[in-house]
Write a protein that binds this ligand. Structure first.
Ligand SMILES: Cc1cc2nc3c(=O)[nH]c(=O)nc-3n(C[C@H](O)[C@H](O)[C@H](O)COP(=O)(O)OP(=O)(O)OC[C@H]3O[C@@H](n4cnc5c(N)ncnc54)[C@H](O)[C@@H]3O)c2cc1C
Length: 425
């Protein structure tokens, strides 16, 4: 099974990723030490670590490998969370906060180590990422982030003036925070590569196998799909923002934030000489943030908040054209060859959640930063099951997000209106 046929689901990434490993839907009854639901970074990273440790693992995926956020994102492999590190500590307390910051600070290293070790062909570039300051408020934000990460020994540098301008290829930003830990990947290709590595280590993956029920069976758990069952000692729920009917409590504590991407044709050699010359992925400090990066073919991928549907679709495209013309005038006339969008799972306090429901465990709610965290948290869930090692997050009860649907409407329509009215980078 390939990714679904909706051209707005995975866009460029479906067109340029190597094929996924071949799998078949679950048919009949099977057993495993651990059953994992969801084949995104979290589920696949857990599967890989468990299988490498000798556990028998079955992964059940409703659609296809990387179908959710893992196959649709921008591909910025960043360290830490969206929240600045001191804010994480303020919200979680020093113990959990510093442990989480430490684990996620190392997150990009784990991603790139996995890519190297398993030879994953996913366009990895580890030259850092650039957080670009909009206005004086943006510069102050980056100064604070820089000071907080530098105090923890992270290799971050605040670029200003000419240096920022040369790194980005634009004079639209006063400063940029360069984080040398970070980089970019082709996100769907990374998910497919993790899946291939997990299968090579002994895991079994079934696509087109939505789990419809999960029940206790004596000392075990039994998962059911339309055509089979898996009986396992433990279950990892890795469905995150793409959770369907099962475990609706995971989805109802998240507000879905839509985010779209548009990709140009490969840029000219001239343009590539000045725009992000070190292939560093970039995003800005605006509340309705925007991102831009290059892929291996030299296409520029520009993204922002919004869903490519209804009347807003044209507004988002026009906004992207106007914005690129303003910040990167050297591009000249451009057309977009690919477009796609997906859903980011936001929590009330911008912190991820660790839940345990008996023998079912899960981590979710990555607030738009899930490549490194999903890889780290997948490993953390595996280590918890293998060695009883506590994940770098406190276990919390489910809490339905207040006014969830209202928030989702505000995110989607607010971004559409802002882009139609000319919200700029
Ligand atoms: C547009 C966009 C841009 C982003 N940009 C970035 C970025 O640049 N950098 C970054 O770090 N993060 C980014 N993120 C966030 C990141 O992509 C996610 O946090 C991450 O992919 C989550 O991985 P996951 O494995 O937890 O969940 P997902 O990848 O969403 O996987 C969940 C899987 O569960 C499956 N599933 C659901 N229900 C069932 C069921 N009942 N049975 C079987 N399977 C089921 C789904 O089909 C899906 O494949 C972005 C997200 C989006 C949407």
């Amino acid at each position: 099974m390939t990714v679904d046929r909706d051209p707005l689901s995975h866009g460029l990434w479906a067109a340029s990723a190597p094929p996924a490993p071949k799998t078949v839907p679950l048919i009949g009854d099977t057993r495993a030490d651990i059953a994992i639901v969801g084949a995104g970074y979290t589920g696949l990273s857990a599967a890989l670590h468990l299988a490498e440790a000798g556990a028998s693992v079955v992964v059940l995926e409703a659609a296809s490998i990387g179908y959710g956020g893992s196959g649709r994102n921008v591909g910025l492999v960043n360290a830490g969370l969206w929240l600045p590190p001191d804010e994480v500590v303020r919200r979680m307390g020093a113990d959990h906060g510093e442990r989480l910051i430490g684990a996620l600070g190392e997150g990009p290293s784990l991603v790139f180590e996995r890519i190297g070790r398993h030879g994953i062909a996913c366009e990895p570039v580890r030259t850092g990422t650039l957080h670009c300051a909009v206005g004086r408020g943006g510069e102050r934000d980056l100064e604070r982030r820089h000071a907080q990460w530098a105090a923890r020994g992270a290799p971050v540098r605040l670029l200003r003036g000419e240096e920022a301008c040369a790194a980005i290829g634009s004079d639209a930003y006063g400063a940029a925070l360069l984080d040398a830990r970070a980089g970019t990947i082709q996100p769907l290709a990374y998910a497919r590569g993790l899946a291939a590595a997990a299968i090579a280590a002994g895991a079994v993956i079934h696509e087109a196998s939505p789990v419809t029920a999960c029940a206790k069976r004596g000392p075990h758990m039994r998962l059911a799909t339309a055509s089979g069952t898996v009986t396992a000692e433990h279950v990892i729920c890795a469905t995150n923002a793409y959770t369907g009917g099962l475990w609706s409590e995971v989805r109802t504590e998240l507000a879905g934030l839509p985010y779209f991407n548009l990709a140009t044709a490969p840029l000219s050699e001239d343009a590539l000489g000045s725009i992000l010359p070190r292939k560093q992925g970039a995003w800005d400090t605006r509340q309705i943030l925007s991102s831009f990066r290059l892929d291996a073919a030299g296409r520029l991928v520009v993204g922002s908040v919004g869903a490519l549907r209804g009347a807003a679709k044209a507004a988002h495209r026009n906004w992207a054209r106007r914005t690129l013309a303003r910040i990167l005038p050297q591009l000249g006339a451009i057309d977009f060859e690919y477009e796609w969008y997906g859903t980011i799972g936001m929590t009330t306090d911008a912190l991820p959640r660790f839940h345990r429901m008996g023998r079912v465990l899960g981590i979710s709610g990555y607030n738009g930063r899930g490549i490194a965290p999903g890889t780290v948290f997948g490993r953390a869930l595996a280590r918890y099951l293998l060695h009883g090692e506590a994940p770098p997050l406190p276990e919390t009860p489910f809490a339905r997000m207040p006014l969830r649907r209202v928030r989702e409407q505000v995110y989607e329509h607010g971004a559409g209106i802002a882009h139609a009215l000319g919200e700029r980078f």
